[in-house]
Structure formats: structure tokens, C-alpha cells
Design a protein around this ligand. Structure first.
Ligand code: DCP
Length: 230
């Protein structure tokens, strides 16, 4: 139920514990995270933190995403350390609304991307150790709130086609095998729970559907995201 009464309840809930209901939107590259967040723009009392990738493409004019894909061994560490900073900024950003929706988190950076770079040898073990120490330090010293994770679950071949179609220039060389490995790491983290800690309950959404059908799927998550804030 949208509208002033509901909003008023939510504001009371906010006044009581002063913390927004915080949702991370996770899923493979091209799984539709930005589209999912945009779906919630219609609700006035939600803060959306979308497209961190735009910050990674322009740091004082430098496109770190591009540098990373062009020479991964050289730039992976720099790129992931900047990703951590931008994610920490999003986690800590003051939120004036009862609900906060974030695209990605420090967790997927560490458990999916950095994990992959470590396992594949792209990161030197010493570089990995530094990133891992930062991650552990942040987790121990800084409160990172998480109430729900929305996992946009996809089939690697489906997102691979989407990535080719959207033709983001930096991602032209991304092979299907990389997408498959990232898929496994997301599954290990969010479904199998075999790999690492998971900070909140996980809502799994079928994100293979194309844009014309996905809205119905997104709607199924509305009550979980909105109701919990009351
Ligand atoms: N990336 C990375 N390391 C991270 C996070 C992302 O190397 N810790 C890379 C993978 C992609 C680009 O950054 O090339 C953006 O990936 P995301 O999955 O974060 O964003 P998308 O725009 O692909 O999400 P979607 O299409 O689901 O909206």
C-alpha cells in the first residue's frame, strides 16, 4: 500500500531505530541490477544507489574499468581497491529514507571478483593479501548494515548475449568462461553458502527473463522490500 499513511508508519519505524532497511542487489555482470533498481524509482521513500560502475569509468578522467580489462595483471589491484572505496562510500552514505537499495556491495567485490582474481592468479598473492586485510579490517571495525540480498539469478549464456548486445566498450573481450566462473562464485556465496559468510537473507529472482516479462518478476519482490521497512 503506497501513500501517506504507510509512509508515516515507515517514518515512525525510522525514528525508532534510525536505520534504513538496506537491500543489496547482486548478480552476474549483465543480470539487470540497474534495471531492477530503476523499477523502484516509482516509490518515493526509497534511496537508490545505482551504477557504481560509472565512478569506476571516470576517476579524475581515468577509466579504471578500461585499464583493468586492457591489462588485468597490472591494474586489477588498483581497480579493486577503488571498487572497495566506492562501495564503502555507498554503505556509509547517510540515507534519509526508510529503505536503501544498493547496486552491489563490498561482499560481492571480495567474494566474487577478488576471489576470482586470486584463484586465477591475476592478483599476486601479496596483492590479494592486502585487499583481504582491508576487507577484514572494514568488516571488523565498520558497521555494514544488510537486511536483504536480492540475487538476480541468471544463466551465463543468457547474460553473455546481453553483454555482447549492450556492447559496453570495456567489456568487448570478456569471454563466456569468465561469466561462468563469476556465476559459480555468486552461487557459492548466495545459494550454496559453501564459500563464505552471507550477511543477510537472500531473495532469489529469475533474471533470465527478457525486459518485457521481467517486470512481473520484479513485482514479486516489492512487498518484501517495502513491507519490511514498516
Ligand atoms: N567489476 C569488477 N569487479 C567488481 C565489480 C564489477 O571487475 N568488484 C566489473 C565487471 C563489469 C563491470 O565492472 O565489467 C560492471 O559490473 P557490474 O555487474 O557491477 O554492473 P553491470 O552494469 O554489469 O550490472 P547490470 O547489467 O546487472 O545492471
Amino acid at each position: 500500500v503506497a501513500g501517506p499513511v504507510r509512509f508515516c508508519h515507515k517514518m515512525n519505524a525510522m525514528a525508532m531505530n534510525n536505520k534504513p532497511f538496506t537491500v543489496f542487489v547482486e548478480g552476474n555482470i549483465g543480470s539487470g541490477k540497474t534495471t531492477f533498481l530503476e523499477h523502484f524509482r516509482r516509490f518515493e521513500d526509497i534511496t537508490l544507489l545505482t551504477e557504481p560502475v560509472e565512478e569506476w569509468r571516470n576517476l579524475k578522467g581515468w577509466n579504471l574499468l578500461d585499464l583493468m580489462y586492457k591489462d588485468t595483471a597490472k591494474w586489477a589491484m588498483t581497480f579493486q581497491s577503488y571498487v572497495s572505496l566506492t562501495m564503502l562510500d555507498m554503505h556509509r552514505r547517510p540515507t534519509p529514507t526508510p529503505v536503501k537499495l544498493m547496486e552491489r556491495s563490498l561482499y560481492s567485490a571480495r567474494y566474487c571478483f577478488v576471489e576470482h582474481m586470486m584463484r586465477s592468479g591475476t592478483l599476486h598473492p601479496a596483492e590479494f593479501a592486502v585487499l583481504d586485510e582491508w576487507f577484514r579490517f572494514i568488516m571488523n571495525q565498520i558497521q555494514i548494515d544488510a537486511d536483504l540480498i536480492v540475487y538476480l539469478k541468471t544463466t551465463p549464456a543468457v547474460v553473455y548475449e546481453r553483454i555482447k548486445k549492450r556492447a559496453r566498450s570495456e567489456e568487448q573481450c570478456v569471454p563466456l568462461s569468465y561469466i561462468e566462473e563469476l556465476h559459480k562464485l555468486h552461487e557459492d556465496w548466495l545459494v550454496n553458502r559453501s564459500h563464505a559468510e552471507c550477511p543477510a537473507p537472500v531473495l532469489v529472482i529469475d533474471a533470465d527473463l527478457d525486459l518485457s516479462q521481467i517486470t512481473e518478476e520484479y513485482k514479486k519482490s516489492e512487498h518484501q522490500i517495502l513491507r519490511k521497512a514498516v
